[in-house]
Design a protein around this ligand. Structure first.
Ligand code: AP5
Length: 208
């Protein structure tokens, strides 16, 4: 099954993706994670992406599209994938459709995780991520519950950057809801409930 996760920053896309990957073995393609890894490695792509990410802006389309195209060719992505954080605008969505069409591996669902902005600011200010395995947790996790690694706060999880990321989401990414409605593959879940309840609804919506 091939799934796009849609939703504002902090809606819980990474959290739902982690559960789906653990239970069903889908390939997890997170453009945020791929870009953060590029920044950490100091690659040319990472150097170009860093200033956009720190400012809460979208990284230029072509850089992200090239990254995703390459990742979609990997063996694990042929058995089903979850795209988390991509597409982020109409150019990326149209390019994705055409790439997947050429591969004969189209999308099955676009899942919108819907959460109010005020909940999001609280969640992101509280988020902590594991440096070693990427586990997403919160400020109550002093070390990673998965691997014991160090938990850190992302540079773009400062209140003023969070607010800007929400504006960018509204202007550039939210229109994709109508795009996927038009393709008859949109599913919606209320993400403002405990993780277990959200995840149970996600599985029901995706018939998993
Ligand atoms: P990216 O890493 O994709 O960030 P994002 O979309 O802003 O999403 P987040 O990772 O912040 O949130 P999430 O929805 O995954 O929530 P999470 O599960 O962590 O992108 C970062 C940057 O990279 C962008 O700003 C841009 O610069 C660049 N970029 C990435 N993709 C790009 C693209 N395609 N094009 C151009 N640029 C791109 O949850 C958040 C917190 O809430 C956690 O602490 C979690 O534990 C908690 N939580 C989750 N669910 C629940 C729940 N149900 N109840 C209570 N708490 C919950």
């Amino acid at each position: 099954m091939n799934i796009v996760l849609l939703g504002a920053p902090g809606a819980g896309k990474g959290t739902v993706a982690q559960e789906l990957v653990a239970d069903f073995g889908f390939a997890h393609i997170s453009t945020g994670d791929l870009l953060r890894a590029a920044v950490k490695s100091g690659s040319e792509l990472g150097v170009k992406a860093k200033s956009y990410m720190d400012a809460g802006e979208l990284v230029p389309d072509q850089l992200v599209i090239d990254l995703v195209k390459e990742r979609l060719q990997a063996d694990d992505a042929q058995k089903g994938f979850i795209l988390d954080g991509f597409p982020r605008n109409t150019v990326q969505a149209v390019t994705l459709d055409s790439e997947l069409g050429a591969m004969g591996n189209p999308l099955d669902a676009a899942l919108l995780i819907d959460v109010e902005p005020k909940v999001i600011i609280e969640r992101l200010s509280n988020r902590r991520t594991c440096r070693a395995c990427g586990f997403t947790g919160n400020a109550s996790h002093e070390v990673c519950p998965n691997c014991g690694g160090e938990m850190y706060q992302r540079d773009d999880d400062k209140p003023e950057t969070i607010r800007h990321r929400l504006d960018v989401y509204e202007s550039q990414t939210a229109p994709l809801v109508e795009y996927y409605k038009g393709h008859s593959i949109l599913k919606e879940v209320n993400g403002d409930r405990p993780v277990d309840e959200v995840y149970a609804d996600v599985k029901a919506l995706l018939a998993l």
